[in-house]
Write a protein that binds this ligand. Structure first.
Ligand SMILES: Cc1ncc(COP(=O)(O)O)c(C=O)c1O
Length: 351
């Protein structure tokens, strides 16, 4: 039988109340604000920085809710999606008792955040085609009673492929714990977002970010979408003012410029097609993996040597040579047209 979210949350958190900050106790906008020990006179820097930001980022959530066709109380905003991952783990996983499941090669933050909390990590490698090993995952679900969160990244970083929806659905249906789907790169793919299935699967959580297609990586804003109940517990344990005022304002501006984001996606996806065909024409490139993201993984005989050669030409890519299944692989992000052409030109001169 499926567990209730309250049965999955760490027991002591069930009894906690959200941190009560000045800005959450009085949420009005008019008046003389003498409640938060701020500097009412001003700021030492030119513009005003003296007031604490909205702890729950309401304006951003209202806008996002319309865009994602979801309720505002189903949204958690984090200091990057990195924070969403960290808070989710801290809400559900008891150190030294609970575990998470990851499917390497995959984004390393899940493992890092779990390690930091002394949470056990179960690894089930992707298959050779970079799809989930569903049979092994289902077996693990059956035997591992400490398993709280399964992390799935689609399109997957660093392989670039979309994870088959039918496999994810099987896991969602079988698993009592939380299935976290990381859609950091979903904007670059043709696939539907999993947010549309949140109401069907109460144990589903979906992560997105402003760092990729929106081009706002330095603002550090990520989002987690889930049931109202999951979001409630995440809000209970988050730091009070986790997203600063400037990032909130920039995010509101970003949400007014969705057409610009779409234009970026078109251009980056054109760059991806260019890389795909240009890389395939280079003799020493043994394999170019299809990608639904803003990067491409490719394989050569000696990834370390090629990586060093590229560095010598001031081109920095990610060496994934030591990750499981990725011997000989480098991951290259799609750049500007000039950067892409330069990358291919330098590669062609490699002997
Ligand atoms: C799959 C994936 N998820 C999440 C993140 C983190 O994004 P953010 O900048 O929102 O913390 C990254 C960053 O590269 C990523 O590759």
């Amino acid at each position: 039988m499926k567990k209730r979210i309250a049965d999955l949350i760490r027991p002591h958190i069930l009894k906690m109340k959200p941190y009560s900050s000045a800005r959450s106790e009085y949420t009005g906008h008019d008046g003389i604000f003498l409640d938060a020990n701020e500097n009412s006179i001003g700021s030492v820097c030119g513009t005003l920085h003296n007031r604490y930001p909205d702890p729950l980022q309401e304006k951003v959530k209202i806008k996002l809710a319309t865009l994602e066709k979801i309720n505002a109380n189903q949204i958690f905003i984090g200091n990057g999606s990195d924070e969403c991952i960290d808070v989710l783990i801290r809400a559900f996983c008891e150190p030294k008792e609970d575990s998470i499941l990851i499917c390497p090669p995959v984004f390393s933050m899940y493992e890092h955040a779990a390690h930091a909390q002394n949470i056990d990590i179960k690894e089930i490698l992707l298959l050779d085609n970079f799809q989930l090993n569903v049979a092994e995952i289902l077996k693990e679900i059956e035997v591992n009673t400490s398993l709280k969160i399964i992390f799935i990244c689609t399109p997957n970083n660093p392989t670039g492929n979309t994870i088959q929806a039918k496999d994810i659905e099987k896991i969602l249906a079988q698993f009592s714990g939380i299935v976290l789907i990381d859609e950091a790169y979903q904007d670059f793919s043709e696939e539907e977002s999993w947010t549309q299935l949140l109401n069907k699967f109460p144990n589903l959580a979906v992560i997105k970010t402003f760092s990729k297609a929106f081009g706002m990586a330095d603002a550090r804003v990520g989002m987690l979408f889930a049931s109202e109940e999951i979001i409630h517990y995440m809000n209970v344990i988050k730091l009070p003012y986790n997203v600063n005022q400037y990032s909130q304002l920039l995010t509101l501006e970003a949400l007014e410029n969705i057409d610009k984001k779409q234009a970026f996606i078109r251009t980056l996806n054109e760059g991806r097609s260019y890389f795909l065909s240009a890389l395939q024409e280079i003799d020493f490139v043994e394999k170019v993996y299809p990608s639904d993201a803003n990067f491409i993984l490719f394989k050569v005989a000696d990834a370390n040597a090629l990586y060093q050669y590229l560095i010598a030409h001031k081109i920095i890519v990610r060496n994934r040579n030591t990750a499981p299944l990725l011997q000989g692989c480098l991951r290259v992000s799609i750049g500007t047209k000039t950067e892409n052409e330069r990358f291919i030109e330098v590669l062609k001169n490699y002997v």
